[in-house]
Design a protein around this ligand. Structure first.
Ligand code: ZN
Ligand code: ZN
Length: 417
């Protein structure tokens, strides 16, 4: 096995000489088997016998709600990756809804995720952990079995989560947590609502989780490659709305700590849209994006489009908006350029970009980026576009240099970030 990447040094899973993620046996788990088969059987028989439009509407509504608020925002982006901060009451509600998906308790889910995430980043791991078996065997393994590693590594969960009494209670009672919504739904609409709002919802959640897991490690596009990893994540475009953005799994393998999963234009990410709304309401803050994460040496970008590589959200509209009004000398209040000034002084950079775009010197950043409202672009194109806001010689020079800046950016993406 090759050297462990630096990004794994602070992982919740730690491998020592005696432990391995390769050797193990996959064995039937009666709990998983009965839970899945029981729910699926009840959904199939009971659901068909009681099929009504209002019951089906309840299924769509509650499944969407637990996948978006519970699984994507609560369990995955908050509890596991802590990619944003929110008040404890909101975290508890989101994690509770995450338990409603019916996959496991909060700590059990975290352990499964962390072992898989860690193993997939190594050069090799058991096929169970990388969805590396055939489609049907993987279905049997993931839905009804458990992997018993011969020498499992330890998984350290931080006290903030491991000692939380609410999470521990949910961990002990995660299956029973289907009872409160079942009683409420029975009271609202009888057995039809229970079959559709609980049994069909849990079946869809568990089955969908495996299906996306299988495809997101075997088929689909790649924006990034994690070098020397046992398996690459794949982006599955057509399921982005159904999975609340979770199927941008290639992006997630590249930037696991990012709260935003759809990183490029057209990559729809309902989980991210919800976070933006929560941010506006003041419920969510310190939201982490790819540029806030430490540089990973093993990461290579596969995307050849220089424009996308330089900045995911900077379009032609923003470019024209910044370049026009040449006669005006008023500064742009919502435009700023940030970043290091490694080779030239900060003063000289401000002179280059002129007075209309403010320069924030931040040596901790890796690259220069230009922010204009919500849009962002980085690297040499950022500098050229900022210079376009000037007049005369500087503007002419910037416009001539801009195509070369994009070519340079494209070259960088070919050899890797
Ligand atoms: Zn993965
Ligand atoms: Zn994850």
């Amino acid at each position: 096995m090759s050297e462990i990447p630096l990004s794994l040094k602070s992982h919740r899973v730690q491998l020592d000489q005696a432990t391995s993620v390769l050797q193990g046996t996959v064995e039937l788990s009666w709990t998983k088997f009965l839970w899945f088969v029981g729910m699926a059987g009840a959904a199939l028989v009971g659901g068909m016998a009681t099929l009504r439009w209002d019951a089906f509407a309840v299924f769509v509504l509650v499944t969407g709600a637990v996948l978006l608020l519970g699984h994507s925002l609560g369990s995955h982006r908050k509890l596991i990756h802590n990619s944003y901060q929110c008040p404890k009451w909101l975290e508890n509600i989101l994690v509770y809804l995450g338990v409603q998906v019916g996959l496991a308790g909060p700590l059990g889910l975290m352990r499964q995720h962390e072992l898989r995430d860690f193993a997939q980043r190594l050069s090799d791991c058991h096929p169970y952990l990388r969805h590396g078996s055939s489609f049907w065997r993987d279905a049997w393994w993931q839905l009804c079995c458990e992997l018993h590693l011969a020498h499992p590594p330890e998984i350290h969960i931080e006290p903030r989560v491991a000692n939380d009494r609410f999470f521990l209670w949910l961990e002990r009672t995660w299956m029973l947590q289907q009872l409160p919504p079942a009683l409420l739904l029975y009271w609202l609409g009888g057995w039809a609502y229970v079959y559709w709002g609980v049994c069909a919802r849990v079946t869809a959640g568990v089955l969908g989780h495996w299906l996306i897991g299988y495809f997101a490690h075997n088929h689909g596009d790649m924006n990034y490659e994690v070098q020397d990893a046992a398996v690459q994540g794949r982006n599955i475009r057509w399921t982005s709305l159904l999975t609340m953005g979770e199927s941008w799994h290639n992006n997630h393998h590249a930037y696991p700590g990012s709260a935003k999963l759809g990183l490029f234009a057209g990559e729809w990410d309902p989980g991210w849209w919800a976070l933006v709304v929560f941010q506006k309401l003041g419920w969510v803050w310190s939201v982490r994006l790819p540029e806030d994460l430490p540089l990973r040496k093993e990461l290579r970008t596969c995307r050849l489009a220089a424009w996308s590589a330089a900045g995911s959200s900077f379009g032609l509209a923003q470019l024209f908006a910044l370049c026009r009004r040449a006669g005006s000398v008023r500064p742009y209040p919502d435009a700023r350029i940030t970043g290091p000034a490694a080779h030239i002084s900060a003063h000289f950079l401000q002179t280059l970009v002129g007075a209309r775009v403010h320069f924030d010197h931040d040596p901790s950043l890796r690259r220069l980026s230009l922010h204009y409202g919500q849009a962002r672009i980085q690297g040499l194109p950022a500098l050229c576009i900022a210079m376009c806001t000037r007049t005369g010689l500087f503007k002419g020079l910037a416009l001539v240099l801009l195509p070369f800046a994009f070519s340079w950016e494209r070259g960088r993406t070919l050899v890797g970030v």
